[in-house]
Design a protein around this ligand. Structure first.
Ligand code: GAL
Length: 648
């Protein structure tokens, strides 16, 4: 989708920059140094509303005109943002109803960012107004090659707001979806605990209930909030398309962020971008203290690459190029502890992103902030404007200019946000969650050296050698039909809790896996939510967190439980092209995949811990996330925290 001004045929770099933080006399020197560092793109203005419009209707564009001209003078390309992540103080004073309300019922105040409810009609009007203003002024500026909407939708738990704006819009959304409260009561199972409604105006957001709210209520509120983020974005994108012809529009999504449906939100974009902070990510998402320590200076390779593989493929028709819009270039400020990255890590992250299909990697941020919330955060420049360690690695990178060829993975991993919402509302076992189950299967594939596309089950999933659905909890007739058709030509693997529920969150009346029973050749018998430390065995394999067993209905048990309450019952069932794995066990899943991939003709290479390989076009990139050298399968040595590219 490259435009004439913006041929992204070759891999390039960019940076996130805040000219409004520095005196104007610094700007020309910064622009010159950006060019000298080999940067091409500069993203600006996503938080600068109060500088553009200091008072309602009073515009000050002079500084932004100069900032853009200064960058253009060095031949840098500008990615301009709508500044709606930060409504200014005058707007909040005039319309406090814009502010979001948290699940505890507290209004979240002005004084940081993202302080708005996406459903607020007043805020929607102001969001369109500022988008029109900035797009009218710069939409056809020759240096402006593309747009980013807002900044990180949902950041700081802002997808769901529980105040009047969202409440009112939720009622309208429910009335449109169900038509009558009888239909809603049936879908949610409201006979349970006398939760039946007689009018849509009786329904509130699912917060502050005495004990857990009805999970179907929670599921629909998640859907509503997700749709609201998507339509908020669509309004901006429509304006940008009208006033900025020929430019692309994107949004910077977050890592492992599940509060809204990214597939739906991306429909109106040209391509996706995401923000990668590997060290903060490992602090937040690694599953144990041991893992957090193990990857504290490099990040965990699969946590990072999962997001590359996801954002590349958000679109119905398949992969597009993607960017890392914010690539951490040093330490962050927001994790409990913020270590310095190992030497080489910034270059390694950049090479990994490229190998997984990134067209551009853009670093956060140019110069470390000398004021306010992020003054402990690193940039390419230190506070004193000297080039920081990450900046030195960027200066030495030799991968700029490589062709941006497509990634073609042999395996698709199916993923959907609705299953995530249902799963995480009732995890049933400490340690079980949707991302954890997805990552279990993803990491096994990556550790076998296999490239993976992450895909939505309703998007194009043809042409793969193997399709894996680790956690599709919500399955109705249509989805079951699609999967059944797919399995005529493609081997399919499903994980625990597949088809546990209907699309409204009820359990299938004929038990699990509901409409997939014929395809999988089984029905579920029992599930065992294993507390931390409680394990069972399947042969030599230890099973943690979750174990489920099946009655055979045409399928054949390839593995059974060896102890515990499910002893002797099937843990893995094969039925023609379909395989069901019911036990949470990395080694068991590795064994099953090794066999299935061989059958499917997908070569595997068991990799050392911390070593990964990714293929893009005619190039294979080997990545070592260990802080010690490793020996690769071909006998060569790869140094600590480094990468190597080989033509295939
Ligand atoms: C991102 C955000 C940036 C900055 C950064 C710090 O989530 O988009 O504005 O706050 O984190 O790591």
């Amino acid at each position: 989708m490259a435009t004439p001004q913006d041929p992204r045929a070759a891999f390039t770099l960019g940076v996130c920059y805040y000219p409004e933080h520095w005196p104007r006399d610094r700007w020309p020197g910064y622009a010159r140094r950006m060019r000298e560092l080999g940067l091409t793109y500069v993203r600006i203005a996503e938080f600068a509303w109060s500088r553009m419009e200091p008072r309602h209707g009073e515009w000050d564009w002079g500084w932004l005109d100069d900032a853009i001209e200064t960058l253009a003078a060095e031949n840098l390309k500008v990615v301009l943002c709508t500044p709606t992540a930060t409504p200014p103080a005058w707007l909040i004073r005039a319309h406090p109803e814009i502010l979001p309300v948290d699940a505890e019922g507290r209004t979240r105040n002005f004084g940081s960012r993202k302080h708005y409810d996406h459903a607020s009609p007043v805020y929607r009007a102001h969001s369109s107004r500022i988008t029109e203003a900035i797009a009218a002024r710069y939409g056809e500026h020759p240096a402006v090659v593309g747009w980013q909407t807002d900044n990180e939708f949902g950041c700081h738990s802002t997808t769901r707001s529980y105040g009047p704006a969202s409440r009112d819009a939720f009622r309208v959304w429910l009335a449109e979806r169900y038509g009558t409260t009888e239909a809603l009561n049936e879908a949610w199972g409201n006979a349970f605990w006398s939760q039946e409604y007689g009018d849509f105006s009786e329904i509130d957001p699912p917060n502050l209930t005495v004990t857990d709210p009805n999970p179907s209520h929670v599921l629909d509120f998640a859907r509503f909030a997700s749709d609201t983020v998507a339509t908020f974005q669509e309004e901006q994108v429509a304006i940008l398309r009208r006033l900025s012809p020929g430019r692309w529009v994107t949004h910077n999504f977050m890592m492992h962020f599940g509060e809204f449906d990214h597939y739906r939100a991306a429909e109106c974009l040209d391509f996706a971008t995401w923000d990668s902070y590997p060290l903060g990510q490992v602090e937040r998402f690694a599953t144990s203290e041991v893992e957090k320590l193990r990857w504290a200076r490099t990040g965990q390779p699969d946590l990072i690459s999962f997001n590359h593989d996801l954002y590349r493929g958000l679109f119905a028709g398949g992969n597009r190029g993607f960017w890392v819009m914010e690539q951490g270039a040093g330490q962050v400020n927001w994790a409990p502890s913020n270590p310095l990255p190992a030497r080489g890590a910034v270059a390694l992250w950049t090479a990994q992103a490229r190998a997984h299909g990134a067209d551009v990697v853009s670093y956060f941020r140019w110069r470390a902030a000398t004021v306010a919330q992020e003054l402990m955060h690193s940039g390419l420049l230190r506070h004193d404007e000297t080039l920081d360690r990450g900046g030195e690695e960027v200066a030495a990178l030799e991968i700029v200019g490589l062709p941006n060829e497509p990634v073609r993975a042999p395996v698709a991993l199916l993923h959907d946000y609705e299953s995530l919402w249902a799963y995480d509302e009732q995890p049933h076992s400490a340690g079980a969650d949707y991302w954890g189950q997805l990552m279990l299967f993803y990491s096994v594939l990556r550790a076998l050296g296999v490239d993976v596309d992450v895909r939505h089950p309703e998007h194009d999933i043809t042409g793969y050698r193997l399709v894996v659905a680790p956690a599709l909890q919500l399955v109705g007739e249509e989805r079951a039909h699609r999967l059944t058709e797919l399995a005529r030509t493609t081997p399919l693997v499903v994980g625990p809790r597949t088809a546990y529920r209907t699309p409204t969150g009820r359990v299938h009346e004929d038990g699990q896996p509901g409409p997939l029973r014929g395809l999988l050749g089984l029905s579920m018998r029992n599930f065992d939510g294993l507390r931390p430390g409680l394990t069972v065995r399947v042969g030599a394999h230890e099973v943690v967190t979750w174990a489920e067993s099946y009655a055979l209905r045409g399928g054949e048990a390839t593995h059974t439980y060896d102890n515990g309450p499910l002893v002797g019952e099937p843990a893995v069932v094969r039925h023609g092209a379909a395989t069901t794995i019911g036990a949470w066990s990395p080694t068991l899943i590795t064994e099953v995949f090794t066999g299935l991939l061989a059958e499917a003709g997908v070569p595997t290479t068991p990799l050392l811990d911390g070593v990964r390989v990714a293929r893009r076009g005619g190039m294979e990139t080997w990545l070592n996330f260990n802080e010690t050298p490793v020996t690769l399968p071909d006998g060569s040595t790869l140094g600590p925290v480094s990468f190597e590219q080989q033509r295939t």
